[in-house]
Design a protein around this ligand. Structure first.
Ligand code: FAD
Length: 413
């Protein structure tokens, strides 16, 4: 039965109890916000660490209890009301209310939208069959883990971070894996070619069959279940299950329907303010229009934007200018990324990829803008300073591993 009642009034309502939402609540309290706070989350579980899903949790190496973002008593001790298991379906910026799918309404003074994203779904024939899995939530992962013991072969669609991390876990669990990527290299949207080729080689060396330049025409079916992938070339690839990692669609529909500017996410300024009064947006679904004009999908971005939004609400205006960082774990390889390589015009390999410890330094107009560091924590730490300084360095200097990055002398922009 649907109710349409005002269930509560809060000084701040946060929609989405993921990385951005939780940090918003914590940062508000840290900044001295004394008003009432409600954190409304669609998932029923206590807030948890999402990156672990495609890594240790899928591998059975980490229990859910170890993934909680905050200790059990954190929320009550900070006087934050958790309302879990209900999706916000509408926002009314004039009445300053949000409505859950069960009809319950809540009113706010400030609204922070931190709803992340939903996995982009396959749209080809067979895409709604059972036996097709996504990895975005604990529920997604649990559904996959429930069938995994009976699976010998997995077809993965998508050679991005999630698909590759899952491939590594499946190989470690002894499953056969075929990975299908539409473009001509893995990680094509996020990294330059040397990183793509390195990971392609690594996965092949670990026994993953990788199919590049391969669009998916349909999901194969047997007994009403997914049974592999039919490539656009007409080639069938048999598999017991299909795992899809082809990106996300930002969860922004209710806010956009309420009149917030945006499209692929919600447009925000450098204080994480949307075009609606007293409405903020952070994390995967926020698009910084005054910065690079893109959405950034990372824990760092969600956390730092949340802090910015919380401070702004408390009257402490400090523009978001955090340096992006990211990581990915595959096999015994730890990739650490610092900076944004967006718009790079040169990329210098530092070290020997065959040694499985090297870095890729991205340059734009001669200045260092980002690094991808594979099993190379020293370059990651020292490279951060180069990115922060917009260090002007030549490719010969950067490629010379007899010198540490911190020893290089440079001009700045
Ligand atoms: P989320 O953490 O997704 O939280 C949003 C929450 O809002 C969700 O719980 C969702 O259910 C809820 N929600 C959505 N719509 C509504 C609604 N209408 N009403 C109420 N609640 C709603 N990042 C890294 O930096 N490093 C990594 O190694 C890494 N690995 C990843 C591995 C996987 C498998 C995935 C899925 C992501 C990974 N990421 C990684 C990305 C990172 O997890 C996200 O960037 C981060 O979680 C974004 O935080 P967020 O708060 O914006 O969104």
């Amino acid at each position: 039965m649907t109710q349409d009642v005002l269930k509560g009034s809060f000084d701040c309502i946060i929609v989405g109890a993921g990385h951005g939402g939780c940090q918003t609540a914590a940062a508000l309290r840290q900044a001295g916000f004394e008003g009432s706070i409600a954190l409304l989350g669609a998932e029923p579980e206590v807030p948890y660490d999402r990156p672990s899903l495609s890594k240790e949790y899928l591998a059975g190496k980490k229990t859910f209890e170890r993934m909680h973002l905050r200790p059990q008593d954190f929320w009550s001790s900070r006087n934050v009301e958790l309302v879990l298991g209900g999706r916000v379906v509408a926002a009314d910026p004039l009445a300053k209310t949000v409505t859950l799918e069960n009809g319950a309404r809540y009113s706010y003074r400030y609204l922070v939208w931190a709803a992340g994203g939903e996995p982009r779904k396959l749209a080809c024939p067979g895409s709604t069959l059972s036996g097709i899995f996504y990895i975005r939530s604990k529920a997604d992962c649990d559904a996959l883990l429930a069938v995994l013991p009976d699976v010998s072969k997995v077809a993965i669609i998508g050679g991005g971070y999630v698909g590759l991390e899952a491939a590594a876990v499946f190989r470690e669990l002894g499953k056969d894996v075929v990975l299908v990527e539409a473009l001509d290299r893995v990680l094509a949207r996020v990294a330059a070619e040397p990183i793509s080729r390195f990971y392609e080689r690594e996965h092949r060396n670990h026994g993953v069959e990788i199919r590049l330049n391969s669009g998916v025409k349909a999901i194969l079916e047997r007994d009403g279940r997914a049974n592999g992938v039919l490539l656009e070339s007409g080639e069938p690839l048999a598999a017991d299950i299909v795992v899809v990692g082809i990106g996300i669609v930002p969860s922004a529909a209710p806010l956009l329907a309420a009149g917030a500017q945006g499209g692929n996410g919600v447009d925000v300024d450098e204080y994480c303010r949307t075009s609606l009064p007293d409405v903020y947006c952070v994390g995967d679904c926020a698009k910084l229009v005054n910065g690079p004009g893109i959405r950034i999908e990372s824990v760092q971005n969600a956390t730092d934007q949340a802090t910015t939004a919380a401070k702004t609400i408390c009257g402490n205006f400090k523009a978001y200018d955090a340096l992006p960082w990211f990581w990915s774990n595959q096999y015994d390889l730890k990739l650490q990324t610092i900076g944004l390589n967006f718009g790079y015009d040169d990329a210098v390999v530092r070290g020997e990829p065959a040694s499985r410890s090297f870095s890729l330094v991205y340059l734009k107009k001669g200045a260092v803008i980002a690094l991808d560091c594979v099993n190379s924590p020293r370059d990651y730490v020292q490279g951060r300073k180069l990115v922060e300084a917009h260090a002007k360095l030549g490719s010969v200097q950067l490629a010379n591993i007899s010198k540490q990055l911190k020893e290089l002398t440079f001009e700045t922009n």
